[in-house]
Design a binder for this molecule. Structure first.
Ligand code: NAD
Length: 337
């Protein structure tokens, strides 16, 4: 299979590294409007650099799968274009900035008969997989509550696009969405959401958000997202009637490697690391490739990604209204466009 990566930023680096390691996939090229970044990443893996998707299409004989690692507002156009070219698509999370865009992307992929996978990578982190297994095995009994934390410093990226709320959706849509997806994987559908954020209250680049989720199953989750700390970290706690499980990324990594900003090849956004031999990003992309080859349903579907966007947008709506938002009544069209 021939894979093309759109975007040579943090996630473009992660996808390119994964493809380069796969024996059954050829990394055919890297596309970035910033040609210096495209060339740099392409050179690292001995592949070609392109300034646009159109240019890549003109020069490459075959593209089977396209990885969309562009800033969130550019996902829609790229996914639809790739689908119309009959390429399978792996799109970074969040699937889209707006719910109607997400649905349009999914519909187009369905209509064109191509797969659409979304990078909800937390489902590929060993500690989260293990937590889900423990919950499913009922070792902690009926789950009652969960508490999660995710974040670090304010993400730095091309054109400072994370700092533009209309583009990134802030820490909730961009970062906490990982936990929304994970919690929904464990506990099923969310009934209502109540959220608070520091966004707009503090000067400068900083955001801290707290979200309460009430699941239809009765589980309550306290979800914390931060772009106000320095080190990237994640925490998870799930309490059941017969026990509790805990994970704290600052405690579990046996060897800590911190590269200086200058030595960090991937770019500006801190992403979770894992002591596992194969990175969760590799495992995730390899899983999607296997799903394409064997026409299997993925561990995380586009519909799951849609629901995660919906929960995040409901949280943003709750912040605006100052009251809980019921998912069943939320259309997602309430938000600003
Ligand atoms: N799964 C995760 O853990 C994770 C972590 C970080 C970011 N993300 C997501 O990945 C996506 C990319 O984020 P990032 O941090 O890598 O961003 P980034 O700004 O570091 O990289 C994006 C790259 O795309 C290029 N670009 C922009 N528009 C383009 C276009 N139209 N055509 C070609 N190139 C274009 C930019 O020059 C830049 O190099 C976002 O949706 C983000 O939310 C996911």
């Amino acid at each position: 299979m021939n894979a093309l990566v759109l975007g040579a930023g943090t996630m473009g680096n992660a996808h390119a590294a994964a493809y380069a390691k796969m024996k059954d996939v050829t990394l055919s090229g890297i596309v970035d409007v910033n040609s210096e970044k495209a060339v740099q990443l392409a050179n690292r893996y001995g592949t070609k650099a392109f300034a646009s998707y159109e240019e890549a299409k003109r020069q490459l004989a075959d593209i089977d799968v396209v990885s969309v690692c562009l800033p969130t507002p550019s996902h829609k156009e790229a996914v639809i274009q790739a689908a119309q070219d009959k390429c399978d698509v792996i799109c970074e999370k969040p699937l889209a900035r707006h719910l109607d865009d997400a649905r349009e992307m999914m519909d187009e992929c369905k209509q064109q008969g191509v797969h659409l996978f979304v990078g909800h990578v937390v489902r590929f982190f060993p500690e989260y997989i293990q937590a889900k297994k423990v919950v499913d095995s009922e070792k902690i009994g009926q789950p009652i509550m969960a508490r999660t934390t995710r974040g670090g410093s304010f993400p730095e990226a091309s054109n400072d696009w994370y700092a533009n709320f209309a583009k990134s959706g802030g820490v909730i849509l961009d970062t906490v969405i990982h936990d929304f997806d994970f919690l929904r994987w464990c506990f099923g559908e969310v009934e209502r959401v109540y959220a608070k954020t520091s966004r707009g209250r503090a000067a400068g680049k900083i955001e801290y958000a707290l979200i309460t989720l009430r699941f239809e199953s009765g589980v309550i989750a306290h979800v914390e997202g931060t772009w106000a700390h320095q080190k990237f970290h994640t925490k998870l706690e799930i309490a059941g009637k017969e026990g509790i499980i805990e994970h704290d990324s600052s405690k579990v990594n046996p060897v800590v490697l911190e590269k200086s900003a200058a030595a960090n090849e991937a770019g500006g956004v801190a992403v979770p690391s894992s002591p596992a031999k194969d990175s969760p990003y590799y495992l995730e992309i390899q899983h999607f490739i296997t799903c394409i080859k064997e026409d299997k349903a993925p561990i995380v579907t586009a519909e799951d990604a849609y629901e995660a966007v919906k929960i995040a947008l409901a949280a943003l709506e709750s912040i605006k209204l100052g009251k809980p938002v019921y998912l069943k009544e939320f259309t997602g069209l309430e938000g600003v466009k």
